[in-house]
Design a protein around this ligand. Structure first.
Ligand SMILES: NC(=O)C[C@H](N)C(=O)O
Length: 613
Protein backbone atom coordinates (compact mmCIF):
# COMPACT_ATOMS: atom_id res chain seq x y z
CA UNK A 1 0.00 0.00 0.00
CA UNK A 2 1.36 3.44 -0.87
CA UNK A 3 2.06 5.58 2.16
CA UNK A 4 0.74 9.10 2.41
CA UNK A 5 4.04 10.72 1.58
CA UNK A 6 4.19 8.77 -1.66
CA UNK A 7 0.78 10.14 -2.53
CA UNK A 8 2.09 13.62 -1.79
CA UNK A 9 5.03 13.03 -4.09
CA UNK A 10 2.79 11.76 -6.79
CA UNK A 11 0.58 14.81 -6.78
CA UNK A 12 3.60 17.09 -6.66
CA UNK A 13 5.03 15.38 -9.70
CA UNK A 14 1.68 15.58 -11.47
CA UNK A 15 1.53 19.27 -10.70
CA UNK A 16 4.67 19.70 -12.70
CA UNK A 17 3.49 17.76 -15.71
CA UNK A 18 5.36 14.73 -14.53
CA UNK A 19 8.94 15.74 -14.98
CA UNK A 20 11.18 12.78 -14.36
CA UNK A 21 14.33 12.62 -12.35
CA UNK A 22 17.61 10.95 -12.87
CA UNK A 23 20.44 10.70 -10.42
CA UNK A 24 24.16 10.69 -10.91
CA UNK A 25 26.38 10.36 -7.90
CA UNK A 26 29.70 11.95 -7.02
CA UNK A 27 31.38 11.61 -3.67
CA UNK A 28 33.09 14.49 -1.93
CA UNK A 29 34.87 15.72 -5.00
CA UNK A 30 34.48 18.93 -6.83
CA UNK A 31 36.00 19.16 -10.25
CA UNK A 32 38.93 21.53 -10.09
CA UNK A 33 38.68 24.61 -12.26
CA UNK A 34 40.55 22.97 -15.11
CA UNK A 35 37.93 20.23 -15.13
CA UNK A 36 34.95 22.49 -15.56
CA UNK A 37 32.33 20.77 -17.56
CA UNK A 38 31.08 21.87 -20.90
CA UNK A 39 27.91 20.85 -22.65
CA UNK A 40 28.17 17.33 -23.85
CA UNK A 41 31.55 16.71 -22.28
CA UNK A 42 32.25 14.02 -19.72
CA UNK A 43 35.10 13.88 -17.25
CA UNK A 44 36.20 11.03 -15.10
CA UNK A 45 37.09 12.28 -11.64
CA UNK A 46 40.10 10.22 -10.85
CA UNK A 47 40.47 11.38 -7.26
CA UNK A 48 37.07 10.10 -6.17
CA UNK A 49 37.08 7.58 -3.42
CA UNK A 50 34.41 4.95 -3.04
CA UNK A 51 32.51 6.21 -6.01
CA UNK A 52 30.07 4.12 -7.83
CA UNK A 53 29.47 6.34 -10.83
CA UNK A 54 31.89 9.17 -10.73
CA UNK A 55 30.85 10.76 -13.99
CA UNK A 56 29.49 14.20 -14.28
CA UNK A 57 27.36 14.35 -17.34
CA UNK A 58 26.06 17.50 -18.87
CA UNK A 59 23.18 17.02 -21.14
CA UNK A 60 22.69 19.03 -24.28
CA UNK A 61 19.00 18.17 -24.45
CA UNK A 62 16.83 21.26 -24.22
CA UNK A 63 14.12 19.41 -22.30
CA UNK A 64 16.59 18.51 -19.60
CA UNK A 65 17.52 20.56 -16.62
CA UNK A 66 20.60 19.84 -14.61
CA UNK A 67 20.74 20.28 -10.89
CA UNK A 68 23.74 19.83 -8.64
CA UNK A 69 22.79 18.45 -5.23
CA UNK A 70 25.39 18.98 -2.54
CA UNK A 71 24.82 16.58 0.33
CA UNK A 72 26.37 18.12 3.43
CA UNK A 73 24.62 15.91 5.97
CA UNK A 74 21.66 16.46 8.27
CA UNK A 75 18.82 14.19 9.32
CA UNK A 76 17.69 13.53 5.75
CA UNK A 77 20.52 11.05 5.30
CA UNK A 78 21.04 9.96 8.91
CA UNK A 79 20.70 6.47 10.32
CA UNK A 80 20.35 5.20 13.88
CA UNK A 81 23.55 4.11 15.62
CA UNK A 82 23.31 3.08 19.23
CA UNK A 83 20.00 4.84 19.53
CA UNK A 84 21.16 8.18 18.18
CA UNK A 85 20.86 9.64 14.73
CA UNK A 86 24.10 10.36 12.89
CA UNK A 87 25.08 10.84 9.26
CA UNK A 88 26.25 7.80 7.33
CA UNK A 89 28.51 8.02 4.31
CA UNK A 90 27.38 6.60 0.95
CA UNK A 91 24.00 5.49 2.24
CA UNK A 92 21.89 8.31 0.88
CA UNK A 93 22.43 7.75 -2.82
CA UNK A 94 21.89 4.01 -2.48
CA UNK A 95 18.50 4.57 -0.95
CA UNK A 96 17.56 7.14 -3.58
CA UNK A 97 18.23 4.61 -6.30
CA UNK A 98 15.47 2.51 -4.81
CA UNK A 99 12.94 5.33 -5.11
CA UNK A 100 11.53 5.38 -8.65
CA UNK A 101 10.02 8.83 -8.15
CA UNK A 102 13.52 10.18 -7.54
CA UNK A 103 15.44 8.02 -9.95
CA UNK A 104 14.54 6.83 -13.44
CA UNK A 105 16.81 3.83 -13.92
CA UNK A 106 15.95 3.39 -17.59
CA UNK A 107 16.85 6.91 -18.44
CA UNK A 108 20.00 6.73 -16.35
CA UNK A 109 21.02 3.69 -18.33
CA UNK A 110 20.35 5.39 -21.64
CA UNK A 111 22.32 8.43 -20.59
CA UNK A 112 25.37 6.45 -19.68
CA UNK A 113 25.12 4.39 -22.83
CA UNK A 114 24.97 7.59 -24.82
CA UNK A 115 28.10 8.81 -23.12
CA UNK A 116 29.98 5.59 -23.64
CA UNK A 117 29.21 5.56 -27.31
CA UNK A 118 29.92 9.20 -27.89
CA UNK A 119 32.84 9.99 -25.68
CA UNK A 120 35.18 10.91 -28.54
CA UNK A 121 32.92 13.01 -30.74
CA UNK A 122 31.32 14.56 -27.69
CA UNK A 123 34.09 17.09 -27.18
CA UNK A 124 32.72 20.34 -28.44
CA UNK A 125 29.39 18.76 -29.32
CA UNK A 126 26.38 20.95 -28.74
CA UNK A 127 23.40 19.58 -30.64
CA UNK A 128 20.81 16.88 -29.95
CA UNK A 129 21.93 13.29 -30.12
CA UNK A 130 20.00 10.39 -31.65
CA UNK A 131 20.58 8.20 -28.63
CA UNK A 132 18.91 10.68 -26.37
CA UNK A 133 15.23 10.06 -25.90
CA UNK A 134 13.23 12.95 -27.24
CA UNK A 135 10.98 14.31 -24.57
CA UNK A 136 8.02 16.58 -24.95
CA UNK A 137 8.09 20.00 -23.38
CA UNK A 138 5.75 18.83 -20.63
CA UNK A 139 8.05 15.98 -19.83
CA UNK A 140 10.94 18.05 -18.66
CA UNK A 141 13.63 15.84 -17.25
CA UNK A 142 15.68 16.88 -14.29
CA UNK A 143 19.04 15.20 -14.17
CA UNK A 144 20.69 15.70 -10.85
CA UNK A 145 24.13 14.96 -9.65
CA UNK A 146 24.83 14.32 -6.00
CA UNK A 147 28.08 15.56 -4.58
CA UNK A 148 28.41 13.95 -1.17
CA UNK A 149 30.73 15.57 1.34
CA UNK A 150 33.08 13.66 3.54
CA UNK A 151 32.48 13.80 6.41
CA UNK A 152 28.77 14.36 6.37
CA UNK A 153 27.81 16.69 9.19
CA UNK A 154 25.03 17.22 11.62
CA UNK A 155 24.43 20.91 10.96
CA UNK A 156 25.22 21.71 14.59
CA UNK A 157 28.84 20.98 13.66
CA UNK A 158 28.97 23.48 10.81
CA UNK A 159 31.15 26.56 10.80
CA UNK A 160 31.69 29.49 8.49
CA UNK A 161 34.35 27.44 6.66
CA UNK A 162 31.66 25.00 5.59
CA UNK A 163 29.61 27.85 4.15
CA UNK A 164 32.63 28.90 2.12
CA UNK A 165 33.03 25.39 0.81
CA UNK A 166 29.40 25.18 -0.33
CA UNK A 167 29.75 28.53 -2.04
CA UNK A 168 32.97 27.62 -3.81
CA UNK A 169 31.62 24.28 -5.01
CA UNK A 170 28.65 26.08 -6.51
CA UNK A 171 30.88 28.69 -8.06
CA UNK A 172 33.07 26.03 -9.69
CA UNK A 173 30.07 24.24 -11.14
CA UNK A 174 27.95 27.29 -11.78
CA UNK A 175 27.91 27.15 -15.55
CA UNK A 176 27.27 23.43 -15.73
CA UNK A 177 23.98 23.42 -13.86
CA UNK A 178 20.64 25.17 -14.00
CA UNK A 179 20.17 25.10 -10.27
CA UNK A 180 21.65 23.91 -7.01
CA UNK A 181 20.21 22.07 -4.05
CA UNK A 182 22.05 21.87 -0.75
CA UNK A 183 20.99 19.06 1.55
CA UNK A 184 21.60 20.34 5.04
CA UNK A 185 20.59 19.70 8.62
CA UNK A 186 17.73 21.83 9.78
CA UNK A 187 19.30 23.04 13.03
CA UNK A 188 21.55 25.67 11.47
CA UNK A 189 20.01 25.77 8.00
CA UNK A 190 18.68 29.30 8.50
CA UNK A 191 22.19 30.52 9.34
CA UNK A 192 23.70 28.85 6.27
CA UNK A 193 20.94 30.09 3.99
CA UNK A 194 21.36 33.63 5.30
CA UNK A 195 25.13 33.56 4.98
CA UNK A 196 25.06 32.15 1.46
CA UNK A 197 22.58 34.79 0.39
CA UNK A 198 25.21 37.44 1.14
CA UNK A 199 28.24 35.46 0.04
CA UNK A 200 26.72 34.71 -3.37
CA UNK A 201 27.06 38.01 -5.18
CA UNK A 202 25.19 38.65 -8.45
CA UNK A 203 23.44 35.31 -8.25
CA UNK A 204 21.47 34.37 -11.34
CA UNK A 205 20.38 30.78 -10.58
CA UNK A 206 18.47 29.12 -7.77
CA UNK A 207 20.32 27.74 -4.77
CA UNK A 208 17.87 25.84 -2.60
CA UNK A 209 18.63 24.46 0.83
CA UNK A 210 16.53 21.63 2.11
CA UNK A 211 16.67 18.69 4.46
CA UNK A 212 14.23 16.88 6.68
CA UNK A 213 13.08 16.16 10.19
CA UNK A 214 12.93 12.40 9.62
CA UNK A 215 15.53 10.39 7.65
CA UNK A 216 14.60 9.55 4.10
CA UNK A 217 14.95 5.81 4.85
CA UNK A 218 12.05 5.82 7.27
CA UNK A 219 8.61 4.96 5.97
CA UNK A 220 6.98 8.20 7.11
CA UNK A 221 9.43 10.93 6.29
CA UNK A 222 9.49 14.45 4.96
CA UNK A 223 12.80 14.07 3.16
CA UNK A 224 11.40 12.71 -0.09
CA UNK A 225 8.88 15.50 -0.48
CA UNK A 226 11.41 18.13 0.42
CA UNK A 227 14.07 16.82 -1.93
CA UNK A 228 11.62 16.35 -4.77
CA UNK A 229 10.14 19.83 -4.37
CA UNK A 230 13.56 21.45 -4.17
CA UNK A 231 14.75 19.58 -7.28
CA UNK A 232 11.68 20.44 -9.29
CA UNK A 233 11.91 24.10 -8.45
CA UNK A 234 15.68 24.33 -8.90
CA UNK A 235 15.42 22.59 -12.26
CA UNK A 236 12.47 24.43 -13.67
CA UNK A 237 12.35 27.98 -12.37
CA UNK A 238 14.99 30.65 -12.64
CA UNK A 239 14.66 32.06 -9.16
CA UNK A 240 17.98 33.82 -8.67
CA UNK A 241 18.02 33.60 -4.91
CA UNK A 242 19.37 31.52 -2.07
CA UNK A 243 16.19 29.84 -0.89
CA UNK A 244 15.05 27.28 1.62
CA UNK A 245 12.45 24.68 0.67
CA UNK A 246 10.53 22.92 3.38
CA UNK A 247 7.08 21.47 3.83
CA UNK A 248 5.78 22.57 0.41
CA UNK A 249 7.04 26.11 0.67
CA UNK A 250 9.95 27.93 -0.87
CA UNK A 251 11.25 30.73 1.29
CA UNK A 252 13.87 33.42 0.84
CA UNK A 253 16.84 31.94 2.69
CA UNK A 254 17.68 35.02 4.71
CA UNK A 255 14.12 35.40 5.98
CA UNK A 256 13.67 32.05 7.66
CA UNK A 257 14.13 30.76 11.13
CA UNK A 258 13.66 27.28 12.55
CA UNK A 259 10.58 27.40 14.74
CA UNK A 260 9.70 23.79 15.44
CA UNK A 261 11.95 20.88 16.40
CA UNK A 262 9.17 18.32 16.21
CA UNK A 263 7.13 19.19 13.16
CA UNK A 264 7.55 18.68 9.44
CA UNK A 265 6.59 22.33 9.22
CA UNK A 266 9.86 23.33 10.84
CA UNK A 267 10.54 26.74 9.32
CA UNK A 268 8.83 30.07 9.31
CA UNK A 269 9.44 33.22 7.33
CA UNK A 270 7.60 35.61 9.63
CA UNK A 271 8.22 38.83 7.75
CA UNK A 272 8.03 37.69 4.15
CA UNK A 273 5.48 35.52 2.38
CA UNK A 274 6.90 32.39 0.68
CA UNK A 275 8.46 32.79 -2.74
CA UNK A 276 6.57 29.72 -3.90
CA UNK A 277 4.08 27.18 -2.70
CA UNK A 278 3.94 23.60 -3.93
CA UNK A 279 0.35 22.54 -3.73
CA UNK A 280 -1.70 21.12 -6.60
CA UNK A 281 0.29 23.59 -8.66
CA UNK A 282 3.63 25.08 -7.88
CA UNK A 283 2.89 28.77 -7.70
CA UNK A 284 5.81 31.12 -7.85
CA UNK A 285 5.29 34.49 -6.31
CA UNK A 286 7.32 36.24 -9.00
CA UNK A 287 6.58 39.69 -7.60
CA UNK A 288 8.50 38.79 -4.48
CA UNK A 289 11.49 37.20 -6.14
CA UNK A 290 14.63 39.22 -5.50
CA UNK A 291 16.84 40.02 -8.43
CA UNK A 292 20.44 41.13 -8.38
CA UNK A 293 19.75 43.79 -11.06
CA UNK A 294 23.33 43.74 -12.13
CA UNK A 295 25.53 43.27 -15.13
CA UNK A 296 28.27 41.75 -12.97
CA UNK A 297 29.10 38.05 -12.96
CA UNK A 298 28.27 35.63 -10.20
CA UNK A 299 30.96 35.25 -7.57
CA UNK A 300 31.18 33.85 -4.11
CA UNK A 301 32.84 35.83 -1.35
CA UNK A 302 34.14 33.40 1.22
CA UNK A 303 35.79 35.95 3.49
CA UNK A 304 33.73 36.14 6.65
CA UNK A 305 34.54 37.86 9.91
CA UNK A 306 34.07 35.52 12.86
CA UNK A 307 34.36 38.22 15.53
CA UNK A 308 30.64 38.65 15.64
CA UNK A 309 28.02 37.60 18.15
CA UNK A 310 24.40 37.52 19.22
CA UNK A 311 23.48 39.06 22.56
CA UNK A 312 19.94 38.63 23.83
CA UNK A 313 18.72 41.22 26.32
CA UNK A 314 16.86 40.03 29.39
CA UNK A 315 15.53 41.88 32.40
CA UNK A 316 18.31 42.31 34.91
CA UNK A 317 21.22 41.74 32.53
CA UNK A 318 24.29 43.24 34.15
CA UNK A 319 26.46 45.92 32.64
CA UNK A 320 29.49 43.72 33.27
CA UNK A 321 27.99 40.91 31.14
CA UNK A 322 27.41 43.37 28.33
CA UNK A 323 30.86 44.86 28.80
CA UNK A 324 32.53 41.44 28.71
CA UNK A 325 30.62 40.52 25.56
CA UNK A 326 31.65 43.69 23.75
CA UNK A 327 35.36 43.40 24.47
CA UNK A 328 37.88 42.95 21.63
CA UNK A 329 38.18 41.06 19.40
CA UNK A 330 34.41 41.54 19.06
CA UNK A 331 33.71 43.65 15.97
CA UNK A 332 30.01 43.20 15.37
CA UNK A 333 27.08 42.32 17.59
CA UNK A 334 23.41 41.67 16.98
CA UNK A 335 21.60 42.91 20.06
CA UNK A 336 18.27 41.11 20.39
CA UNK A 337 16.04 43.67 22.02
CA UNK A 338 12.47 43.68 23.28
CA UNK A 339 9.41 44.32 21.12
CA UNK A 340 9.95 46.95 18.48
CA UNK A 341 13.63 47.34 19.33
CA UNK A 342 13.52 48.50 22.93
CA UNK A 343 15.97 48.33 25.82
CA UNK A 344 15.82 49.83 29.32
CA UNK A 345 16.25 53.59 29.17
CA UNK A 346 16.62 53.71 32.93
CA UNK A 347 19.91 51.80 32.86
CA UNK A 348 22.66 54.31 32.15
CA UNK A 349 25.25 51.68 33.11
CA UNK A 350 24.07 49.42 30.30
CA UNK A 351 23.70 52.19 27.75
CA UNK A 352 27.15 53.45 28.62
CA UNK A 353 28.68 50.09 27.72
CA UNK A 354 26.85 50.04 24.41
CA UNK A 355 27.92 53.59 23.60
CA UNK A 356 31.54 52.88 24.54
CA UNK A 357 31.57 49.90 22.21
CA UNK A 358 30.05 51.74 19.25
CA UNK A 359 32.45 54.65 19.84
CA UNK A 360 35.26 52.13 19.73
CA UNK A 361 34.05 50.93 16.31
CA UNK A 362 31.98 47.88 17.20
CA UNK A 363 28.95 47.70 14.90
CA UNK A 364 25.85 46.84 16.91
CA UNK A 365 22.65 45.95 15.10
CA UNK A 366 19.32 46.27 16.86
CA UNK A 367 17.03 43.31 16.09
CA UNK A 368 13.85 42.33 17.84
CA UNK A 369 13.48 39.19 19.93
CA UNK A 370 9.96 38.90 18.53
CA UNK A 371 9.42 36.38 15.80
CA UNK A 372 7.54 38.88 13.68
CA UNK A 373 7.80 42.63 13.18
CA UNK A 374 10.41 45.29 12.90
CA UNK A 375 12.42 47.60 15.11
CA UNK A 376 11.33 51.22 15.25
CA UNK A 377 11.86 54.29 17.34
CA UNK A 378 8.31 54.66 18.56
CA UNK A 379 9.37 54.32 22.19
CA UNK A 380 11.81 56.26 24.31
CA UNK A 381 13.28 52.88 25.16
CA UNK A 382 14.04 52.38 21.48
CA UNK A 383 15.39 55.84 20.82
CA UNK A 384 18.09 55.48 23.47
CA UNK A 385 19.67 52.74 21.39
CA UNK A 386 20.00 55.02 18.38
CA UNK A 387 21.65 57.52 20.71
CA UNK A 388 24.01 54.77 21.85
CA UNK A 389 25.08 54.34 18.22
CA UNK A 390 23.17 51.17 17.33
CA UNK A 391 21.99 50.55 13.79
CA UNK A 392 18.35 49.60 13.24
CA UNK A 393 18.09 46.07 11.88
CA UNK A 394 14.58 46.58 10.49
CA UNK A 395 12.76 43.29 10.26
CA UNK A 396 15.86 41.14 9.82
CA UNK A 397 16.04 37.80 11.54
CA UNK A 398 18.94 37.52 13.99
CA UNK A 399 20.39 34.81 11.72
CA UNK A 400 20.36 37.18 8.75
CA UNK A 401 21.73 40.09 10.77
CA UNK A 402 24.59 38.01 12.16
CA UNK A 403 25.68 36.57 8.83
CA UNK A 404 25.33 39.96 7.16
CA UNK A 405 27.61 41.43 9.81
CA UNK A 406 30.09 38.66 9.23
CA UNK A 407 30.04 39.30 5.49
CA UNK A 408 30.16 43.09 5.67
CA UNK A 409 32.88 43.24 8.35
CA UNK A 410 35.11 41.06 6.18
CA UNK A 411 35.14 43.72 3.46
CA UNK A 412 38.58 45.09 4.17
CA UNK A 413 38.36 47.66 1.41
CA UNK A 414 35.52 49.45 3.22
CA UNK A 415 35.89 52.03 5.99
CA UNK A 416 33.82 51.67 9.15
CA UNK A 417 31.22 54.21 8.02
CA UNK A 418 30.74 52.42 4.71
CA UNK A 419 30.27 49.12 6.55
CA UNK A 420 27.66 50.71 8.82
CA UNK A 421 25.87 52.11 5.80
CA UNK A 422 25.87 48.70 4.17
CA UNK A 423 24.43 47.12 7.30
CA UNK A 424 21.52 49.56 7.19
CA UNK A 425 20.84 48.82 3.52
CA UNK A 426 18.76 46.03 2.08
CA UNK A 427 21.35 43.93 0.24
CA UNK A 428 19.50 40.73 -0.67
CA UNK A 429 15.92 41.28 0.34
CA UNK A 430 16.79 40.41 3.93
CA UNK A 431 15.01 43.43 5.35
CA UNK A 432 12.67 46.25 4.69
CA UNK A 433 14.97 49.14 5.43
CA UNK A 434 13.87 51.87 7.79
CA UNK A 435 11.60 53.85 5.47
CA UNK A 436 11.47 56.79 7.84
CA UNK A 437 15.22 57.25 7.71
CA UNK A 438 15.90 56.17 4.17
CA UNK A 439 15.18 58.14 1.05
CA UNK A 440 12.22 56.44 -0.46
CA UNK A 441 12.98 55.37 -3.97
CA UNK A 442 9.68 55.63 -5.75
CA UNK A 443 11.12 54.49 -9.01
CA UNK A 444 11.53 51.08 -7.42
CA UNK A 445 8.47 49.42 -8.87
CA UNK A 446 8.68 46.78 -6.11
CA UNK A 447 7.47 49.40 -3.67
CA UNK A 448 3.79 48.65 -4.06
CA UNK A 449 4.51 44.95 -4.10
CA UNK A 450 6.46 45.24 -0.86
CA UNK A 451 3.53 47.04 0.71
CA UNK A 452 1.14 44.45 -0.64
CA UNK A 453 3.30 41.72 0.85
CA UNK A 454 3.37 43.35 4.24
CA UNK A 455 -0.41 43.43 4.09
CA UNK A 456 -0.36 39.72 3.24
CA UNK A 457 -1.93 40.39 -0.11
CA UNK A 458 -1.46 37.48 -2.42
CA UNK A 459 -4.09 37.32 -5.13
CA UNK A 460 -3.98 39.35 -8.31
CA UNK A 461 -7.25 41.16 -7.65
CA UNK A 462 -6.14 42.28 -4.20
CA UNK A 463 -2.80 43.39 -5.55
CA UNK A 464 -4.56 45.47 -8.21
CA UNK A 465 -6.82 47.00 -5.59
CA UNK A 466 -3.79 47.95 -3.49
CA UNK A 467 -2.06 49.32 -6.56
CA UNK A 468 -5.03 51.47 -7.49
CA UNK A 469 -5.35 52.73 -3.94
CA UNK A 470 -1.69 53.66 -3.71
CA UNK A 471 -1.00 54.87 -7.23
CA UNK A 472 -2.44 58.39 -6.91
CA UNK A 473 -0.46 59.15 -3.78
CA UNK A 474 2.72 57.62 -5.15
CA UNK A 475 2.31 59.30 -8.52
CA UNK A 476 1.74 62.66 -6.82
CA UNK A 477 4.82 62.10 -4.68
CA UNK A 478 6.82 61.26 -7.82
CA UNK A 479 5.46 64.36 -9.55
CA UNK A 480 6.53 66.47 -6.60
CA UNK A 481 10.16 65.42 -6.92
CA UNK A 482 10.10 65.32 -10.73
CA UNK A 483 10.83 61.60 -10.83
CA UNK A 484 9.69 60.59 -14.31
CA UNK A 485 11.24 57.13 -13.93
CA UNK A 486 8.95 56.48 -10.98
CA UNK A 487 5.93 57.41 -13.05
CA UNK A 488 7.12 55.12 -15.82
CA UNK A 489 7.44 52.29 -13.31
CA UNK A 490 3.93 52.92 -12.05
CA UNK A 491 2.63 53.01 -15.58
CA UNK A 492 4.35 49.71 -16.37
CA UNK A 493 2.46 48.16 -13.48
CA UNK A 494 -0.72 49.15 -15.23
CA UNK A 495 -1.43 52.17 -13.08
CA UNK A 496 -3.63 54.95 -14.33
CA UNK A 497 -1.75 58.23 -13.89
CA UNK A 498 -4.94 60.25 -14.08
CA UNK A 499 -6.33 58.89 -10.83
CA UNK A 500 -6.86 61.52 -8.16
CA UNK A 501 -5.60 61.47 -4.58
CA UNK A 502 -7.62 62.07 -1.42
CA UNK A 503 -7.78 65.80 -2.28
CA UNK A 504 -8.82 65.20 -5.82
CA UNK A 505 -5.37 66.18 -7.00
CA UNK A 506 -3.63 64.59 -9.95
CA UNK A 507 0.09 64.29 -10.61
CA UNK A 508 -0.41 67.05 -13.17
CA UNK A 509 -1.62 69.42 -10.43
CA UNK A 510 1.47 68.65 -8.39
CA UNK A 511 3.92 68.88 -11.29
CA UNK A 512 2.34 72.21 -12.27
CA UNK A 513 2.79 73.55 -8.74
CA UNK A 514 6.42 72.46 -8.72
CA UNK A 515 7.11 73.77 -12.22
CA UNK A 516 8.49 70.47 -13.50
CA UNK A 517 8.11 71.20 -17.18
CA UNK A 518 9.35 67.80 -18.39
CA UNK A 519 7.11 66.02 -15.96
CA UNK A 520 4.13 68.07 -17.18
CA UNK A 521 5.07 67.16 -20.73
CA UNK A 522 5.32 63.46 -19.81
CA UNK A 523 1.97 63.50 -18.04
CA UNK A 524 0.24 65.28 -20.87
CA UNK A 525 1.59 62.80 -23.36
CA UNK A 526 0.35 59.95 -21.16
CA UNK A 527 -3.25 60.91 -20.86
CA UNK A 528 -3.28 63.48 -18.05
CA UNK A 529 -6.19 65.88 -18.28
CA UNK A 530 -5.71 69.64 -18.04
CA UNK A 531 -9.33 69.96 -16.97
CA UNK A 532 -9.33 67.97 -13.75
CA UNK A 533 -10.27 70.07 -10.75
CA UNK A 534 -9.17 69.23 -7.23
CA UNK A 535 -11.47 69.43 -4.21
CA UNK A 536 -10.87 73.19 -4.06
CA UNK A 537 -11.96 73.53 -7.69
CA UNK A 538 -8.42 74.30 -8.82
CA UNK A 539 -7.01 73.27 -12.19
CA UNK A 540 -3.35 72.49 -12.91
CA UNK A 541 -3.27 75.76 -14.86
CA UNK A 542 -4.31 77.78 -11.85
CA UNK A 543 -1.70 75.93 -9.75
CA UNK A 544 1.03 76.82 -12.24
CA UNK A 545 -0.12 80.44 -12.22
CA UNK A 546 -0.09 80.70 -8.43
CA UNK A 547 3.43 79.26 -8.27
CA UNK A 548 4.49 81.39 -11.22
CA UNK A 549 5.79 78.76 -13.59
CA UNK A 550 5.56 80.60 -16.85
CA UNK A 551 6.75 77.78 -19.12
CA UNK A 552 4.31 75.35 -17.59
CA UNK A 553 1.50 77.88 -18.02
CA UNK A 554 2.37 78.25 -21.70
CA UNK A 555 2.45 74.48 -22.22
CA UNK A 556 -0.86 73.96 -20.45
CA UNK A 557 -2.49 76.72 -22.45
CA UNK A 558 -1.12 75.20 -25.65
CA UNK A 559 -2.78 71.97 -24.60
CA UNK A 560 -6.12 73.72 -24.18
CA UNK A 561 -6.12 74.45 -20.47
CA UNK A 562 -8.32 77.26 -19.18
CA UNK A 563 -9.49 78.59 -15.85
CA UNK A 564 -12.50 76.98 -14.26
CA UNK A 565 -15.56 79.07 -13.54
CA UNK A 566 -14.69 79.19 -9.88
CA UNK A 567 -11.14 80.32 -10.71
CA UNK A 568 -12.44 82.97 -13.04
CA UNK A 569 -14.78 84.24 -10.31
CA UNK A 570 -11.80 84.79 -8.07
CA UNK A 571 -9.36 85.97 -10.73
CA UNK A 572 -10.50 89.62 -10.68
CA UNK A 573 -9.87 90.00 -6.94
CA UNK A 574 -6.56 88.11 -7.06
CA UNK A 575 -5.29 90.25 -9.91
CA UNK A 576 -6.36 93.44 -8.13
CA UNK A 577 -4.39 92.37 -5.11
CA UNK A 578 -1.30 91.78 -7.30
CA UNK A 579 -1.84 95.14 -8.94
CA UNK A 580 -2.14 96.86 -5.57
CA UNK A 581 1.27 95.43 -4.70
CA UNK A 582 2.76 96.50 -8.01
CA UNK A 583 3.42 92.89 -8.92
CA UNK A 584 3.61 93.10 -12.70
CA UNK A 585 5.24 89.65 -13.06
CA UNK A 586 2.28 88.13 -11.27
CA UNK A 587 -0.15 89.95 -13.51
CA UNK A 588 1.73 88.88 -16.60
CA UNK A 589 1.34 85.19 -15.69
CA UNK A 590 -2.40 85.58 -15.09
CA UNK A 591 -2.66 87.25 -18.45
CA UNK A 592 -0.58 84.49 -20.10
CA UNK A 593 -2.97 81.97 -18.60
CA UNK A 594 -5.90 83.69 -20.30
CA UNK A 595 -7.22 85.95 -17.52
CA UNK A 596 -8.66 89.31 -18.47
CA UNK A 597 -6.83 92.15 -16.67
CA UNK A 598 -10.01 94.20 -17.02
CA UNK A 599 -12.02 91.79 -14.94
CA UNK A 600 -13.30 93.58 -11.85
CA UNK A 601 -12.48 92.44 -8.35
CA UNK A 602 -14.91 92.19 -5.43
CA UNK A 603 -15.17 96.00 -5.18
CA UNK A 604 -15.64 96.64 -8.87
CA UNK A 605 -12.11 97.85 -9.52
CA UNK A 606 -9.86 96.17 -12.11
CA UNK A 607 -6.14 95.39 -12.06
CA UNK A 608 -5.64 97.70 -15.04
CA UNK A 609 -7.16 100.59 -13.12
CA UNK A 610 -5.09 99.84 -10.05
CA UNK A 611 -1.73 99.84 -11.81
CA UNK A 612 -2.80 102.81 -13.87
CA UNK A 613 -2.15 101.20 -17.23
N1 LIG B 1 16.52 17.79 11.27
C1 LIG B 1 17.83 17.92 11.29
O1 LIG B 1 18.44 17.91 10.24
C2 LIG B 1 18.51 18.11 12.63
C3 LIG B 1 19.96 17.71 12.69
N2 LIG B 1 20.42 17.74 14.03
C4 LIG B 1 20.84 18.65 11.88
O2 LIG B 1 20.65 19.83 11.94
O3 LIG B 1 21.73 18.21 11.21
Amino acid sequence: MADSSTNGLTSLARALSQPSLDLIEVNDVSPPRSLQLHPGRRRKLSSCNSIENADLVTSPCAAEARVLVINTGGTIGMTLHEDVLAPQANAFVKSLRKLPILHDETYAHQTRMYDRVSIGPLLGWTGAHPLFPLLSKQNKRIVYTILEYNPLLDSSNMTTDDWGRFGKDIERNYESYDGFVILHGTDTMAYTASALSFMCEHLGKPIILTGSQVPIYEMRNDGRDNLLGALLIAGQFVIPEVCLYFYNKLYRGNRVTKVDAGSFNAFSSPNLAPLATAEVDITINWDTVWRANTTAKFQVKTELNRNVGLLRLFPGITASTVKAFLQPPMEGVVLETYGSGNAPDNRPDLLEQLKKATDAGVIIINCTQCLRGSVSTSYATGKVLIEAGLIAGGDMTPEAALSKLSYVLAKKELALEAKKKMMAENLRGEMIADLAGAKLCLSDSRFIQVIAKSLSVSCKEELEAIRDALTPTLACAAAKIGDIEALKALKEMGSNLCLVDYDGRTPLHVAACEGHLKMVQYLLSHGASVHTKDRYGDTPLCNAVRFRHKEVVKLLRKTGAHFSRHELDEAGTEMCSLAANGDLDGLEIWSLAGADLNQPGYDGQTAIQLVGL
